[in-house]
Design a protein around this ligand. Structure first.
Ligand SMILES: NC(=O)c1ccc[n+]([C@@H]2O[C@H](COP(=O)([O-])OP(=O)(O)OC[C@H]3O[C@@H](n4cnc5c(N)ncnc54)[C@H](OP(=O)(O)O)[C@@H]3O)[C@@H](O)[C@H]2O)c1
Length: 325
């Protein structure tokens, strides 16, 4: 089978290559999937470049990637089930995540990280959902009740942002989207209350009016976020700065968050997405109800996977970047 691999860390265009590999076999609790589409997220960039260096100590491979095939999100069709799999069968259309690489014609994934693909989505649209959608879902849950409350989302036009905006609006929030100049029309089409173009205005433009801030862009200083937040509001840190220098890159920002909370009534806390069938099924329900629709900025064929990751690494993708296989 064809697969996009990197056997060493480095710049995507230098280290990624198309290879011919044997098909994997599903182990207990896993299924073999013919992958039709996969998406790109900053986590993939981290596993291609090996940056920030601390991530190499987290089991991904110190000198080189432990598993060579890249990609986490996927949508495709089950072709074989491993022992003890009772919930899925060959022919089922699924979406979800895997840890053996989805930029390949075939991959294996645990059934507990998969759900049936929503019928109204194409494979490309479904592949756009899992990592960013589940992170956005975790953030909306951490936000608490949102009916009538004001929520600011930085990086609103990016991978996590486009899901978070829609989930927040569906939960009753009045959303302020912080994004670059090319994304105001998209944000308005999704139903946001206000748009802050960060090239013209700062996030504290309207004063301390936001009950919740979801920070996915990870680049505005904490004092500025505080000035946009009500006295008892909360800041949820989803990420950002993964490409910042240093051993931990931008992750220092998440590590500092609990310390800030100690000294203030305003709360800062990191949020992380989790792979789960239940989370995907919650997203499927919103998709079926029409309150959540994936936004795909660009699509690339598998052979151009390095270009897809370079596009994301440029820092200004619109919604999700998808690879078709
Ligand atoms: N916690 C978790 O479980 C989890 C899961 C996945 C990802 N992450 C992390 O979360 C971060 C965001 O991920 P993502 O997939 O949403 O990334 P993404 O798709 O690259 O989106 C980032 C967005 O930020 C916008 N942006 C850039 N500079 C900005 C600024 N100064 N102010 C506001 N927006 C700005 C970019 O476009 P414009 O400039 O054009 O608006 C882009 O749309 C990454 O660091 C990633 O590693 C965390």
């Amino acid at each position: 089978m064809k697969a996009l691999i990197n056997r060493r860390y480095g710049d995507p265009s230098a280290v990624l290559e198309l290879a011919d590999l044997p098909r994997p076999s599903p182990a207990r609790g896993e299924v073999l999937i013919r992958v039709h589409a996969a998406a790109v997220d900053p986590g993939v960039w981290i596993l291609v470049t090996g940056r920030p260096p601390a991530m190499r100590l987290m089991g991904f491979g110190v000198r080189r990637p432990k598993h060579p095939v890249r990609g986490r999100d996927l949508a495709g069709v089950v072709v074989e089930t491993g022992p003890d799999v009772t919930t899925l069968a060959p022919g089922d259309e699924v979406y979800g995540t895997c840890d053996r690489g989805s930029y390949a014609e075939y991959t294996v994934a645990p059934v507990t990280w998969l759900a049936r693909k929503p019928a109204r989505l194409s494979f490309a649209e479904a592949a756009a959902v899992p990592v960013s959608g589940q992170t956005a879902l975790a953030a909306i849950r951490a936000a608490g009740p949102l009916t009538g409350r004001r929520m600011m989302i930085t990086g609103a036009g990016g991978g996590i942002g486009v899901f978070a905006v829609q989930l927040a609006i569906a939960a009753g929030a009045r959303v302020t989207a912080v994004c670059g100049p090319g994304k105001a029309a998209l944000m308005e089409s999704l139903g946001v209350d206000r748009v802050i173009d960060y090239t013209r205005d700062e996030v504290d433009r309207d004063g301390p009016v936001h009950d919740v801030i979801l920070d996915t862009a990870g680049c505005r200083p904490f004092p500025l976020l505080r000035r946009a937040l009500t006295r008892t509001g909360r800041v949820l840190l989803a990420g950002g700065g993964h490409d910042a220098p240093g051993l931990l890159g931008g992750f220092t920002r998440q590590l500092r968050a609990p310390l800030l909370t100690t000294f203030a009534r305003q709360r800062f806390r990191p949020v992380a997405g989790r792979e789960s069938t239940a989370g995907l099924e919650d997203l499927s329900r919103a998709i079926d109800a029409g309150t959540l629709t994936p936004v795909i900025g660009r699509t690339f064929p598998l052979e151009s996977g390095a270009d897809a990751i370079t596009h994301l690494a440029g820092g200004h993708p619109t919604g999700k970047t998808v690879i078709t296989i």
